[in-house]
Design a protein around this ligand. Sequence first.
Ligand code: SAM
Length: 238
Amino acid sequence: MKVLQDEIRNLEVDKVLDIGTGAGDFIKILKGGFKKFNHIIGVDSSKKALEMGRENIQDDRIEFRYMSGDRLEFDDSEFDVVSVSNSMHHFKDHSKVFEEVKRVLKPDGMVIVNEMFCDNQSKSQLSHVYLHHYMAEIDTIMGIVHRPTYKKQEIIDLLEDEGLKIIRIFEVKDEVFKNVEEEKKEIEALKKLFDKRLKDIEEHERYDEFVGRAKDIREHLDKYGIAGATQLVIIASK
Ligand SMILES: C[S@@+](CC[C@H](N)C(=O)[O-])C[C@H]1O[C@@H](n2cnc3c(N)ncnc32)[C@H](O)[C@@H]1O
């Protein structure tokens, strides 16, 4: 995410909010980018994810709070920057979240959205996309909100429909694996993940369909390997 860090390198900000922060991985990127910040708050609707975040980052200026993005417990115009990274496709109602984003953002504040997309990906990146869609569908069967990832233009349209003004767009393709051995190890771990997730839906009527799809994705993994899907980073204002 060097391109994003370079974009925010000269900014001195007071308060930053990261919605759907998970284990805080995007906070790490923001922290490495801003020239100066006083306070970053990461919120998430999963207590488990927040625990991981607190373990992951120990910094007096960074706080993790249990809160849903569609009901933020903050005042109007409280934040200089609000970010949403790879969470949009997890929101039950993204319109409500973006209403809240605009409410808590200062009038001249910055919105940063980072979201992986599913189109225009290489064969090895498609392994990531297929795997993600597969897991998202199993989550959906289990009652967890998890959509397939959007197409690039869908993300742009969605943010514009929410009334955000897009300032800049980057495509970021981070190298995930250092070498072939590391990639092979990851592929083996991912293949095992299929069995674990299939157990989650053992009794479901679509179980056999998912067994077949797991086989197809395993074959795709063997043939093309895996690389992280390209992500869209959008800088916007309200
Ligand atoms: C794939 S993770 C993204 C984590 C992190 N932002 C990143 O980029 O690595 C998506 C996160 O969104 C959270 N989430 C889903 N709906 C939410 C909501 N309404 N409010 C806050 N967090 C939410 C999930 O609990 C999950 O931790």
